[in-house]
Design a protein around this ligand. Structure first.
Ligand code: HEM
Length: 311
């Protein structure tokens, strides 16, 4: 609940209302009701994301369950790092620790798969009856994934494959044409040796993001646009790890503790905008030119404006 003084202030549009609130939160001797601003913001963001993904407004308890689960999953990517060391042997040595990510994975599946299935049912019923008994809902992100078709096999995807293709398109684009060819400059904290070279303390390092994505020692036919690179899961059944926690093959968002804090949001946004809203078709007689040009980031020299059809 918001404190009455804040509600009053907000209704009069007084901009200093938030600073008063923060002041009160910090001043423990003050008797004002404490408001956990972060919790409210987190709840609002998750409500929005869940609505975008599944098209349905969910009650507060369900949103909280999803928030908690996602939070645990995010923390787990750090906690379970040790399991990436010699995974085959590690599966035997850390047998008990392996149970945790497996259980978490099951919890995630049992949370999200029913939501996906509910959406499938909603879409099917709507197609059959014209309108649905439930309140009309906007197109959800899940639907755009369900509608994808493997071009060569001419078949719709299974739940797992649908999700992978949409990830694969974006990842291959980021490998071939990362918006930033370098990370932000990083300073070396301690003198160190790397591949026989001494890197003095305080050196400024530039990571060559573009070259990493095109390295023929790492990528077969690096100049080719191939979704297959990202369609398969690794030997642990995991999809490609863009954070570089398990292995660094490319780093369009950086890696480690200075990784782009919005990488997850950016990927979701890219998928939603590119796959959800637009149908990509080349215009007859107009060759798609992939030449890059430096703007704020690297962009297409000749943008695709004419090739876009709004869905
Ligand atoms: C495709 C989209 C994006 C790409 C490829 C990208 C890539 C990057 C890269 C390469 C870095 C530097 C990492 C490093 O030097 O180690 C970075 C940092 C950062 N990005 Fe992004 N980014 C994207 C979208 C966004 C968005 C949408 C936001 C904000 C909403 C954002 C916020 C930031 C911030 C605040 C940092 C600085 C982090 C720090 O210095 O600790 N990025 N991003």
């Amino acid at each position: 609940m918001l404190h009455p003084s804040l509600v009053k202030s907000r209704s009069k549009h007084r901009p200093w209302a938030l600073s008063i609130l923060i002041h009160r939160l910090l001043d423990k001797s003050n008797s004002a009701t404490e408001v956990m601003v972060l919790d409210h913001i987190k709840h609002a963001i998750y409500s929005l994301l869940v609505f975008m993904c599944f098209g349905d407004k969910m009650d507060e308890a369900r949103i909280k369950q999803i928030t908690d689960l996602k939070h645990r999953a995010l923390l787990a990517t750090i906690q379970f790092k040790i399991l990436n060391i010699f995974p085959r042997v590690g599966k035997i040595i850390f047998r008990n620790r392996w149970k945790e990510p497996t259980t978490l994975r099951k919890e995630i599946d049992s949370m999200f798969i029913p939501l996906i299935q509910a959406r499938v049912k909603y879409v099917e019923e709507k197609a059959k009856d014209g309108v649905h008994k439930k309140e009309e809902q906007p197109v959800a992100y899940v639907e755009t994934l369900l509608n994808l078709e493997l071009p060569e096999e001419k078949r719709k995807l299974t739940l797992m494959k649908r999700w992978l293709v949409s990830a694969a398109v974006i990842l291959e684009g980021l490998r071939r044409h990362p918006p930033s060819h370098f990370l932000l400059p990083h300073r070396v904290g301690e003198e160190m040796e790397l591949s026989g070279y001494v890197i003095p303390k305080n050196s400024i390092i530039y990571f060559m993001v573009r070259e990493m994505g095109l390295d023929p020692k790492v990528w077969e036919d690096p100049m080719e646009f191939k979704l297959e690179r990202f369609l398969n899961t690794d030997r642990n059944g995991e999809p490609f790890d863009i954070t570089g926690n398990r292995e660094i093959k490319m780093m369009p968002f950086g890696a480690g503790r200075r990784i782009c804090p919005a990488y997850d949001f950016a990927l979701l946004h890219l998928e939603a905008n590119f796959i959800w809203h637009f149908e990509w078709k080349p215009v007859e007689g107009d060759d798609v030119d992939l030449t890059e040009e430096l703007d704020f980031t690297f962009t297409m020299k000749n943008p695709l404006t004419d090739c876009l059809l709004y869905k």
